[in-house]
Design a protein around this ligand. Structure first.
Ligand SMILES: N[C@@H](CCC(=O)N[C@@H](CS)C(=O)NCC(=O)O)C(=O)O
Length: 216
């Protein structure tokens, strides 16, 4: 059955891989499933045709036959459950991998998004400069225990899983802030994720859309 995802017609990051379709592409590449992409303009995102896929008018979405999903956590979880390669067979290890998926999205991602807002949206506000260090500290509060838990392991819980895919995707947004460099094991963890051939294919595919240059 054909899988179709949606992505920005033109991503605000110009193809740096920060738009969330990259996570879904990455998951599909890891499990070896081909997919089609429907590109959506910012205007079309908010129109009823797209809101039928995602009521919040956002990308990415996922269609497979009658099934229509939104929210990257739900989409990656669905892919990981349906196809082999992203979740361990052992039931407890599987539950722990899912725990890391939730941790990435509900515990680690919120302060990272707040940092993006503090820089991009609120940076020119009179109070922006005062707020920024506090927002950065809240990100560090998440990175410290994550770094301690990862230690010198390659991945968060044994073999690479959907939990790592989501955590690396969330951490990638921090690169420009320099915060990752304060935690060399997390910087290396993100680099390991990016070095995976499946990530490379996903990254190149989204870059090609946003730069008009074919994947290398
Ligand atoms: N929690 C959602 C967030 C989706 C999201 O923020 N998508 C962004 C692109 S990465 C978007 O569509 N932004 C345009 C908008 O909100 O108008 C998920 O994980 O899928």
């Amino acid at each position: 059955m054909t899988i179709t995802i949606t992505a920005f017609e033109r991503s605000p990051d110009g193809g740096k891989g920060l738009a969330r379709d990259t996570r879904v592409r990455w998951a599909l590449e890891e499990v070896g499933q081909p997919y089609a992409v429907r590109l959506v303009s910012f205007r079309a995102l908010k129109e009823s045709e797209h809101r039928a896929r995602n009521p919040f008018g956002q990308i990415p979405t996922y269609e497979e036959g009658d099934l229509v999903l939104f929210e990257t956590g739900a989409i990656v979880f669905h892919i990981a459950q349906r196809y082999r390669g992203l979740l361990p067979d052992d039931a407890n290890a599987r539950a722990r991998a899912v725990t890391w998926m939730f941790a990435s999205l509900s515990t680690v991602e919120p302060p990272i998004l707040d940092l993006s807002i503090a820089k991009v949206v609120e940076g020119d506000q009179p109070w922006g400069a005062d707020r920024l260090p506090r927002v950065m500290e809240r990100v560090r509060d998440r990175l410290k225990p994550l770094s301690a838990r990862l230690g010198d392991a390659d991945w968060l819980d044994g073999a690479f899983s959907a939990g790592d895919l989501m955590m690396v995707s969330v951490l990638l947004r921090l690169r420009a802030s320099g915060l990752l460099d304060e935690f060399p094991n997390l910087a290396a963890y993100v680099a390991r994720g990016e070095a995976r051939p499946a990530y490379q294919r996903a990254f190149e595919a989204q870059r090609a859309v946003n730069t008009g240059k074919p994947p290398s």
